[in-house]
Design a protein. Structure first.
Length: 67
């Protein structure tokens, strides 16, 4: 999947989703677009940046699922 990001120099680019975490960690972007709208790094909640998620774990594989 591709994601629209906004770099610190205010230029835009489309990047692969797997590179988003690295761009955030290296503080190269100030925001990115989700399906629900723009996310501002440092202002909006972003997975993996120290916030706590209190909802159900949806990424973990459940062995009880039938395939």
């Amino acid at each position: 999947m591709e994601i629209l990001v906004l770099y610190k120099d205010l230029s835009y680019a489309v990047v692969k989703d797997y590179s988003l975490d690295k761009l955030i960690r290296e503080e190269k972007i100030v925001g990115f677009q989700r399906s629900s709208g723009w996310v501002s790094i440092g202002h909006d909640p972003v997975r993996g940046t120290g916030g706590r998620y209190s909802g159900p774990e949806r990424r973990k594989f459940e062995e009880s699922r039938s395939v």
